[in-house]
Design a protein around this ligand. Sequence first.
Ligand code: G3D
Ligand code: MG
Length: 210
Amino acid sequence: MSSVRRKALLKVIILGDSGVGKTSLMNVYVNKKFSNQYKATIGADFLTKEVHIDDRTVTLQIWDTAGQERFQSLGVAFYRGADCCVLAFDVTNPISFKSLDSWRDEFLIQASPRDPEHFPFVLLGNKVDLEQNRAVSAKRAQSWCQTKNNIPYYEVSAKEALNVEAAFQAIARDALARESQDTSDFSDFAPPSVRLTSNAQSSGSSGCSC
Ligand code: G3D
Ligand code: MG
């Protein structure tokens, strides 16, 4: 057996209405800073963080939007190959809670995972520091999760770094468990077939007629 343990890379995407705190949550988790400056400065599509789960090292590649979620047009690269989808809403904003269904549907359409019923989603209810302005109860959020095949629910606050670490640790754990189950099926990991020809033409187009 190899002395080098297989190192997993898990792609996690964060979806939810604009303003719910997706970028803040990611920055607090990855950079321990409640500020949007870092990501804005480096202009990244994703940030990575190594986490240790049991005896494994896992690199979480966390994809955030650059504000295009306002138009629900995130492009296929954003969704492609996601191992976990984190849905986020703002507990003080009921509209952001109502949007969850459409974000989940959009994910399932765009990413078209092999087993949509069992794809790992996680729900984060953010801004619980604003308890006095709460408009969506934990109970209501949990009921929604139950109707979606028992999605795990975490109440978090990016501002106060409350529960954020624990939520992402659980996200990594779920995605990893799911990934381990999938290793028995190599069809998921097979690269798309590429036809090689000796006189390949460089037409500048992909040749896709779609
Ligand atoms: P988005 O990436 O989902 O669009 P942002 O959301 O991370 O940009 O956050 C939107 C606004 O909500 C920001 O305020 C941010 O500071 C605030 N916010 C994010 N998380 C929390 C939280 O846990 N508690 C509170 N009270 N506010 C939060 P501004 O004023 O910069 O628009
Ligand atoms: Mg953002």
